[in-house]
Design a protein around this ligand. Structure first.
Ligand SMILES: Cc1ncc(COP(=O)(O)O)c(C=O)c1O
Length: 401
């Protein structure tokens, strides 16, 4: 039987939607510099502003509060660098009095974790909020961490590994009461669940095109009108001076098209993904003994299922599934050469061994019920084989044979 190709790593990235691809190809003719005043420039500028409007409509905000960036990492870094400026004196030294405190969660994406670590190394007081067994932060923990010196709180809306969704609106009320700024990394939420910045009450929100069937290397940052912002990239006057560099027309147009489609198809997407997720979850629970589903049972992304397989190792499962034509991911940072267990699962209290045996299935457009059924059929013998091997390995060695 030919090996199928089943992509189940949509939280890592998504393929371009056909409509996005077609819009980009059509737009290759619009080569003008969007900052030029002549007709070609004006044409390019109009496309950029159309895309900004589409992103604003997707996020529920005026187009003028959307800044284009190179993606989620840059949007997040821009916010952290803004906070660095606000909390430093004219010589770049952390203020000795006033608001400098930074609060993030222990389960943020590395681009937030490492930004916070960087500010910590400069002397900013940083608090890492714990999460419960489902990956949720507690409002009481947040209230206890906030004080009159808190400058800024960053809480991701949905986690990329386990899919747990935080109650950002409730968090925003607490943060506002304390007079601090709130940022949310919504890279994994936009296009998967409703995201409306007004309802959420955030000051800053990050999104990325390649998670919503748009191109890589382009994203956006929502900045509430009146919230401070300092540029990360200095140069020309693009984006009102907040993000210099010649406009990435093709990327921006692709993001705009992806935003229109994400908004149009959100309800349908959520229903379809929920059905696939439940089918996979129930199929795995029925066919593989002793597995553990990680993440919140209800407040979870419709497309994300994280599963621990005790007695089997995540990277081995990933490779075996890959040989069978199924592409998934593990939580550990193997791509960077480290096999540390997922910081997200560890923060939730999952033991290192179980965390090592975890797989993230993330679903998206194009995945069919037959694909889910193929995995439900293919995975049980793989897990049984690894478990048998680990039992043999764990058996005490006989001396002298
Ligand atoms: C939660 C989260 N934040 C930020 C990023 C980074 O986004 P980008 O790849 O656009 O830099 C990712 C990408 O995996 C993510 O999942």
């Amino acid at each position: 039987m030919p090996v199928p190709h089943i992509y189940m790593d949509y939280n890592a990235t998504t393929p371009l939607r056909e409509e996005v691809k077609a819009a980009i190809i059509e737009d290759f003719e619009t080569f003008g510099n969007a900052s030029s005043m002549h007709a070609d420039g004006r044409r390019a500028h109009a496309r950029v502003e159309e895309a900004r409007q589409a992103v604003g409509e997707l996020l529920g905000c005026p187009a003028g509060t959307v800044i284009f960036t190179s993606g989620g990492s840059e949007s997040n870094n821009t916010v952290f660098q803004t906070m660095r400026r606000l909390g430093s004196d004219a010589h770049g030294k952390v203020l000795s009095r006033g608001r400098t405190g930074i609060i993030i969660t222990a389960i943020e994406h590395p681009c937030v974790l490492n930004s916070a670590d960087y500010l910590k190394s400069l002397g900013f007081p940083v608090t890492f909020l714990p999460v419960d067994e489902y990956g949720k932060i507690g409002l009481d923990d947040l209230k206890a961490a906030l004080n009159e010196d808190t400058l800024f709180v960053s809480v991701m809306m949905a986690n990329n590994e386990i899919g747990t969704i935080q109650d950002i609106a409730a968090i925003a009320r607490v943060v506002k009461d304390a007079g601090a700024y709130l940022h949310s990394d919504a890279v994994q939420s936009v296009g998967k669940i409703p995201v409306n910045v007004e309802d959420l009450g955030v000051d800053y929100l990050t999104m990325s095109a390649h998670k919503i069937y748009g191109p890589k290397g382009i994203g956006a940052l929502y900045v509430r009108s009146g919230a401070p912002l300092f540029p990360l990239i200095h140069g020309g006057h693009q984006e009102d001076g907040f993000r210099a560099g010649t406009y990435n027309n093709i990327g921006i147009l692709g993001l705009g098209k992806a935003a229109v489609l994400a908004r149009q198809h959100l309800a349908e997407y959520m229903e379809e993904m929920r059905a696939l997720r439940v089918r996979l979850r129930d199929g795995l629970l029925a066919n593989i003994p002793d597995i553990k589903i990680n993440g919140h049972p209800d407040d979870v992304l419709p497309n994300t299922l994280n599963v621990s397989f005790p007695g089997a190792e995540g990277e081995s499962i990933l490779l075996a599934l890959d040989l069978s034509g199924v592409e998934v991911s593990t939580g550990s940072a193997c791509a960077s050469g480290s096999l540390e267990p997922s910081h997200v699962l560890l923060a939730m209290g999952v033991g290192p061994e179980l965390a090592h045996g975890s797989i993230r299935f993330s679903m998206g457009w194009g995945l069919r019920r037959e694909d889910i059924d193929y995995i439900i059929k293919t995975l049980p013998p793989i897990i049984a084989r690894f478990r048998a091997m680990s039992t043999v390995q764990a058996a005490p060695r006989k001396v002298g044979v």
